[in-house]
Design a binder for this molecule. Structure first.
Ligand code: IMP
Ligand code: MG
Length: 188
């Protein structure tokens, strides 16, 4: 992609969720999770890269003692729709989570394949004590895999969104809001 001199926000068609709305909802989620996991040793497993910003804010909205781990998973290999295959690091890198209570933190639940695959890996191969999931966004789409998040920030319609960690071709993650791209900014 060619470097652009225009501000990123000039490529945004609609702001769906503002910075203020995100801030408010993340604080609510933090309190909700904290109340539900009091007295539990919780590990936040952040799915890279999309949930970096969300996880950073979410953990600061909780005063529980939490461990932090990250795991690289990809299901969009460029473009604006899921490739259908989930590529992830080896279970080996998570083996120290055996017997731990894990909260998966992801940016968005789309087809559900990512959360489903990571949950299965933690339960079947790593042997965690429990696995729950928290997503910032839940796209209202018919799911190929039966999966729901335990904690959800916002439900959104089926549109490709960027910002607050979510990318298109590696860009737009640093926008502080969630929005859709102008059609001319998406390569067909
Ligand atoms: P799933 O496995 O289809 O549920 O996809 C989840 C992953 O796809 C997310 O963690 C994102 O990385 C990516 N993704 C899904 N929808 C969008 C979107 O609208 N914008 C950017 N990335 C998305
Ligand atoms: Mg992701």
């Amino acid at each position: 992609m060619q470097p652009s001199t225009k501000p990123l926000s000039s490529n945004i068609e609609t702001i769906l969720i503002t910075q203020g709305e995100i801030h408010h909802r993340v604080a609510e989620l933090g309190s909700e999770i904290e109340a539900a996991h009091e007295g539990e040793d919780l590990t936040l497993l952040v799915i890279l890269h999309g949930s970096i910003l969300f996880a950073a804010d979410l953990m600061r909205a909780m005063s529980l003692p939490v461990y932090l781990e990250s795991f690289r998973v990809a299901s969009y290999h460029g473009g604006t729709s899921s490739s259908g295959t989930v590529t992830m690091e080896q279970a080996e890198t998570l083996k120290h989570l055996k017997g731990q209570h894990v909260l998966l933190v992801d940016d968005i639940l789309d087809t559900g394949r990512t959360i489903h695959a990571v949950k299965q890996l933690l339960t079947d191969e790593v042997g965690t004590a429990s696995v729950r999931s928290c997503v910032l966004l839940d796209k209202k789409v018919p799911r190929s895999v039966k999966v729901a998040a335990d904690y959800t920030g916002f439900e959104i319609d089926d549109a490709f969104v960027v910002g607050y960690g979510l990318d298109y071709e590696g860009q737009y993650r640093n926008l502080p809001f969630i929005g859709t791209l102008k059609p001319e900014c998406i390569q067909s």
